[in-house]
Design a protein around this ligand. Sequence first.
Ligand code: NAI
Length: 328
Amino acid sequence: MKIAFYDTKPYDKIWFEPLAKEYDYKIKYFDYKLNSDTAVLSKGYDAVCVFVNDTVDKETIDILCENGVKIIALRCAGYNNVDLKAAKGRIKIVRVPAYSPAAVAEHAAALLLTVNRKTHRAYIRTKDSNFNINGLLGVDLKGKTAGIIGTGQIGRMFVDICRGFHMDVVAYDPYPAKDSDIEYVSLDRLFEKSDIISLHCPLTKETHHIINSDSIEKMRDNVIIINTSRGRLIDSAALIDGLKSKKIGGAGLDVYEEESEYFFEDFSNEIIKDDELARLLSFPNVVMTSHQGFFTREAMQAIAMVTIENLWSFDNGKSLENEVCYKQ
Ligand code: NAI
């Protein structure tokens, strides 16, 4: 198989190249993201391999099909960046449904602990020999209520982590886990009851801006919001308003609405033109990471392995257990 690999970072090659050799697959690594401009580069390849911020819209899919590409292998779980309707019956889509739920759940916990105990600020202070602790006051998580939106693989692991901190947990999921003792409540009740809210649902029409000015209004004062799922679950303008009015006590964000412009790239010598991103970065009680929730050794190994196995299954006419299909 010949595979065109888009949006390549140096760490991708470390995990993919040994497997490609083992399977005798040829991978061409492009730095560019896949979109309707760069799709032309796919000519002569059987497959394209893409990540979270590649744009797999109808125009891109049309070009991939014209170029003879037969399968799009997502090296991630989410597929909100793919026009599944445009792909239906023309090109296969496969993904990596769960590579390490622990990686993302643990990162959500890292963000929560950082926002609460302000270790991001303490680190900078002590580096500068400033041992003053004014302004670094946190709360005990023990006894607080965590509201978990989405109790799939990652959400459930985060529930366990919260319980490890002796927090009470409530959750909202239209498809509650039947084999669990999680207390499910309505979304409104979750907003009212929770001291921290963590998002672990996919981005869909229903969940787009699930955190907005109305929902923020219903929340407890000083609520901490954690988002390791997808940026568009939160209306950034409403989040900024909530932070400015001090209704929201802090936010830990691994994803951002318009992240595709910026995340995974070095802008340290540039001017950030996205005013909402710049505003969010300016709050002392916002900790932002650049979509790194998945980034552990175990997850990278699993992502590379499952992606190559997905392609192997296609190549060998086997059933595609990780296929993503358009559902009406
Ligand atoms: P999953 O598919 O196991 O669980 C998702 C859960 O969300 C399911 O229980 C589903 O019923 C629920 N859900 C669906 N619609 C909902 C709604 N309207 N409201 C509330 N819940 C709803 O997915 P998994 O593996 O737990 O991943 C969750 C999300 O985490 C992914 O969709 C992806 O966006 C994000 N993710 C982020 C990563 C990162 O690096 N930051 C890495 C991997 C995933």
